[in-house]
Design a protein around this ligand. Sequence first.
Ligand SMILES: CCCCCCCC/C=C\CCCCCC(=O)SCCNC(=O)CCNC(=O)[C@H](O)C(C)(C)COP(=O)(O)OP(=O)(O)OC[C@H]1O[C@@H](n2cnc3c(N)ncnc32)[C@H](O)[C@@H]1OP(=O)(O)O
Ligand code: FAD
Length: 668
Amino acid sequence: MTSTKVNVDLVRERAKCTFDLKELIHFVDGGEEITSERKAFEETVLAIKELKDDIPEDYLSHKERYEIAVRKACILRELRLRHDQNKPLLPERPTYVYNILPATIKDISPFYLHETMFLATIWGLMNDEQKAEWLSKALDMKVIGTYAQTELGHGTFLRGLETTATYDPETEEFILNTPTLTAYKWWPGGLGHTVNHCIILAQLYTQGKCHGIQPFIVQIRDLETHIPLPGVHVGEIGPKMGFQTANNGFLGFKNFRIPRKNMLMKNSEVKKDGTYVSSKSDRLTYGTMVVVRVNIVNDAAMQLSAAAIIAVRYSAVRHQSQLKPNEPEPQILDYVTQQRKLFINIATGHAIRIVGRWLWKTMLGVIQKILEGNLDQLPELHALSCCLKAVCTQDCTAGIEQCRLACGGHGYMNSSNLPLLYSHTTAAMTYEGENTVLLLQTARYLLKTWTQILEGDTKLNPTVLYLLNFAKPTDYRWENTNQGIIKGFQAVAAGKIKTAYDTASKHVSAGKSQEEAWNLASIQLVEASEAHCRVIICEVFSNEIQCASNTLSPNLSKVLQQLVELYLVHWALEKKGDILLYSTISKDDIPALRDRYEELLALIRPNAVGLVDGFDFRDEVLNSTLGAYDGRVYERLMEEALKSPLNAEPVNSSFHKYIKPFMEKAKL
Ligand SMILES: CCCCCCCC/C=C\CCCCCC(=O)SCCNC(=O)CCNC(=O)[C@H](O)C(C)(C)COP(=O)(O)OP(=O)(O)OC[C@H]1O[C@@H](n2cnc3c(N)ncnc32)[C@H](O)[C@@H]1OP(=O)(O)O
Ligand SMILES: Cc1cc2nc3c(=O)[nH]c(=O)nc-3n(C[C@H](O)[C@H](O)[C@H](O)COP(=O)(O)OP(=O)(O)OC[C@H]3O[C@@H](n4cnc5c(N)ncnc54)[C@H](O)[C@@H]3O)c2cc1C
């Protein structure tokens, strides 16, 4: 059954490609050197036979899956230690190293929280002395940790966390307690059975006063035996929609003592006598979350790109129905409705990757300023990271589901890998700040900006500067061009911010409190935040591709420009109600937009397979029966089906045990 031949449709599609594939791959990676480095890393990892599976994970028990994931995570961590030597903890760009996880652990690594939030918190919130004690131990895995913030009763509302850390000046220790069931830490990755340390976020009490939540580093298991320390109640929370190998856990403390120096003291401090010294800003405690939200934007782009590769290749191979009478069944990629489902996801994969890298670079700049003591740009970064994390995970989740639907019944198979990809991005809509909550954070910033504008202050931060153009009646006219559409989205965002502001003010004038008015206006606030975010994505995507065009070949540049235009026109059509309401477009302009959209689908069609090849995911990384490079879709589906343990015997014992007696009873 095995053949190395590439499916003829894919061969034909690849021959039609109008640009140089290597050039696109280098562009996606960020340069030829990075492509080579990535490929070398992939080669090294994928050559390790201990990272390969004999039996598909789906047929294993929860416990077996976890144990295999831990074994593989250790191998990968060792490799990373070698690979990342002398590299900064926050590299210049998001690292490609995690892209290999779908080829090895498949689901989430039980060390994921160690490698991300635990390390980032040590790096960001410990003072120099503490870092000297902990950072290298954590990097070398002499201690393994997680980030334990969420509790059973509170995830979003951090000020409501219940875990307490009470300072005892007699012994110079903090006493940790979990006063109620709802105070149990709940969700942290790796917490169940993997880690021996945690960053715990707890309410700090000293000298009889509460000083809000502070981070502490806490050992919870013996380093030799791994047995939970006395006073620690820890375990795993059980199966979920995805994340089966992430080992998410629960944790409670009973009068558990840790030394004073285990409070992370880069920003706030508790002196030996219990005196509390507050930080420059409470918000610095939330710093790790900003970094992780930025990272999530980049993860989401990778996951959507994988889904787009799978669905486009499958659509080139799959033939169904008839376009013209008496002709063979066409490739489903030729149906315009199929192109509508797929091509926007290729464009979105690029848009979100590009905006993710831009956001990463912006974040590094702001962190640098913070290290120099200047916090001025933190609110803008917080607003950006909140709305981009929310909108990008929302778009990618919807896009992956669309790719699954585009694959018909076979997209529902686990072996397509689309269900697993979906389970990852939909989780990202909740973790690291639930999306609605994050959009409301950005809305807070936007309303403040609007108030600033109404008060005549024109010194706005760069990403909201456009609002000034719409604060007063303007003479701008709608144009059916990229810049015209972006301006239209700016008008929509400004209009929605103004409407939300007016609604909240109206409720306040009617006697409601600020908080009640906020809740009453919150649907509009969320929409305003989304509209602002769409402006950012469109602007950054369009500008960055425009800039890159100066160095790219005309052929590649042309195709990327088509993707930018497709993205803009797609969203203009999706949001035509808003554009009609808030911009100067007229309903007579809509047919031209629709025509252009259909033209763009036709222009992109010959390059569809080339474009997804350009994301350059190895088959092992895609891990999909439908998306492999050679297009042997049906052979792979059958090969995978035959791996089902039920197929190991022609008659299952349940026939003799239950069905046969049941049939015989029915005969009587
Ligand atoms: C192919 C690739 C494969 C890759 C696979 C990837 C797999 C990934 C696997 C696992 C990853 C899982 C990680 C998940 C980890 C977690 O979920 S950790 C827990 C995260 N929890 C949250 O995010 C909680 C959300 N809640 C909050 O952040 C805050 O409580 C809040 C922002 C909702 C509100 O905070 P509150 O204390 O009530 O503050 P406010 O009064 O609302 O605001 C006061 C001011 O502070 C500003 N602010 C809030 N947060 C920040 C911040 N982080 N930075 C800067 N500023 C902040 C806020 O806007 C207010 O400002 P103003 O007063 O000026 O308006
Ligand atoms: C897969 C996964 C991994 C995770 N890993 C970790 C981890 O490693 N460490 C950790 O500490 N945590 C982790 N979490 C927890 C995660 O961060 C929280 O679940 C998340 O922050 C949301 O909080 P919540 O569950 O309390 O939701 P809730 O806040 O209870 O949200 C429920 C609903 O209420 C709405 N809501 C809540 N507040 C408001 C508001 N102010 N205004 C309007 N609507 C509101 C929300 O929009 C949502 O619809 C993980 C979660 C998941 C799913």
